[in-house]
Structure formats: structure tokens, C-alpha cells
Design a binder for this molecule. Structure first.
Ligand code: MG
Length: 250
């Protein structure tokens, strides 16, 4: 069931979104080679709590940290720990959620640490651009297939593949609400998204195959099946009559 938001709900979601975005911005300013993913997670959690919010992901389905931190071939859901050191040349996807006033904000960014390869940079830039292309399509009545196809066809120009096993989602009082928002699809097909809906659109784009593997060891970490790179961008959007609005901005 899709849950439409009132104007007062949107005011609260902007607040949650701004805190999530601020945490992500702080992560981007703090990230550096030599740091462990746990250190970065602590910085993110401190920021969120300093604003009176809670990290949406901590304890969600048993997830043990405040942010998902996923390096290079890790697609999503990397668990921050004391062993994993961020290195020069890494691309590091950081996914952050903040909960305050009864609502969630959810946003992700892939940071380039130090000097990254041209191919890694292109993957990151194309992934970000695919999200912004989808943003341009948002308006009341847009079809799910148009959003998915927009992202898929954009990244396929570069030989990249959107992940199929994980998708974006509605968001509000719950971190994950209906509908699922795939990063692939057929233009002109699928459900129409009404004005008043809030969705997290999150292209997870692989350099090679779209196939992914979920770790047997921790049950969370998702990696590319071929070991090639993956990037991830996400914003929480409000769908208005004639356009979309990004709620996850500082
Ligand atoms: Mg999300």
C-alpha cells in the first residue's frame, strides 16, 4: 500500500533528509586513506545524534552499524569494522539514514579517495548522473518503468549494469515502504506514482555483470559476482504535481 504524505509530513521529512545529507557531507569531508570504516561510521553516528536524530539503519533487521560502507567491489550493505582500512584509490559507497520526528531520510554517495583510476571515476560519475536523469522525470503520474528504464538505458551507454536484486523504495514513517523502485524497466510500463509519494531512488551500478553475491559469513555484505567495481547514489524525493523535490539535502 502506497502512503501519501501531507505538507506537514513533508516538512518533517525535509528535516530528517537534511540530517541524513549533513551526515553524508560530513563523511565526505572526513574520509581519508588510512581510516577504518568503523571510524567513519562513528563520525556519521555522532553527527546524526548531535542533531537529535537516530541512525535509521542501526538495528534495522539486526544491522550492527549506523552507516553501510561499501568499498570497490562491495555493492551495498558493507558493515563498518575495525579491520577494514580505506585506501588511496578506493571508491567508497556510504549509505546513511536518519530518523527524527517520526520520519526517515535515506541517502547515499560514492566517495573517491585520493587518486582513483579513470575507470573508477567514470563509473562513479555515471552512477550519480543516472540518478539525476531519473530525478528530471519525476512528477505526479510518472511510471515506475520510465524511472527504471531511464537509469538502465543511461548506464548501458557505458557498458554498465544496474543491479537487479536490490532496488529503491517508498519511504516515510517506515524506512522501506511501497512501492519497490527498480533501476531497470520498460519505458511506458509499470505503476504510476502519484503526487504526494516519497521515494528513495538508488541506482546501484556495476562496472561488469549485474550479478551479485550476498556474504554467507555476515548475511549482509553484497559484492559483485565478477569482482569488478560498483557505485551507489541515493536521494529521498517527494513527488509533486509537476516535478520532484530532493528531501535529502543540507
Ligand atoms: Mg534506501
Amino acid at each position: 500500500m502506497m502512503i501519501l504524505k501531507s505538507d506537514s509530513d513533508i516538512r518533517l521529512m525535509r528535516k530528517a533528509g537534511a540530517i541524513a545529507a549533513g551526515a553524508l557531507q560530513t563523511a565526505g569531508e572526513s574520509i581519508s586513506a588510512g581510516m577504518t570504516t568503523k571510524e567513519l561510521d562513528r563520525i556519521i553516528e555522532s553527527y546524526i545524534r548531535s542533531k537529535g536524530a537516530k541512525p535509521s539503519f542501526k538495528g534495522y533487521g539486526g544491522f550492527p552499524a549506523s552507516a553501510c560502507i561499501s568499498i570497490n567491489h562491495v555493492v551495498i550493505h558493507g558493515i563498518p569494522d575495525e579491520r577494514t582500512v580505506i585506501r588511496d584509490g578506493d571508491i567508497v559507497s556510504v549509505d546513511v539514514g536518519a530518523y527524527i520526528g517520526g520520519f526517515h531520510g535515506d541517502t547515499a554517495n560514492t566517495f573517491m579517495v585520493g587518486t582513483v583510476s579513470d575507470e573508477a571515476r567514470q563509473l562513479v560519475e555515471v552512477t550519480r548522473a543516472s540518478l539525476m536523469e531519473a530525478y528530471q522525470l519525476l512528477r505526479g503520474g510518472v511510471r515506475l518503468g520510465d524511472i527504471g528504464n531511464c537509469i538502465e538505458s543511461y548506464v548501458q551507454q557505458y557498458g554498465y549494469s544496474p543491479v537487479k536484486d536490490f532496488v529503491g523504495h517508498g519511504i516515510g514513517r517506515a524506512l522501506h515502504e511501497d512501492p519497490n523502485v527498480p533501476n531497470f524497466g520498460r519505458a511506458g510500463h509499470g505503476m504510476r506514482l502519484p503526487k504526494g509519494l516519497t521515494v528513495a531512488i538508488e541506482p546501484m551500478i556495476n562496472q561488469g555483470t549485474d550479478k551479485v553475491i550476498i556474504s554467507n559469513e555476515d548475511g549482509w555484505t553484497v559484492t559483485t559476482a565478477d569482482g569488478k567495481l560498483s557505485a551507489h547514489y541515493e536521494h529521498t524525493f517527494y513527488i509533486d504535481e509537476n516535478c520532484g523535490h530532493i528531501l535529502t539535502q543540507v
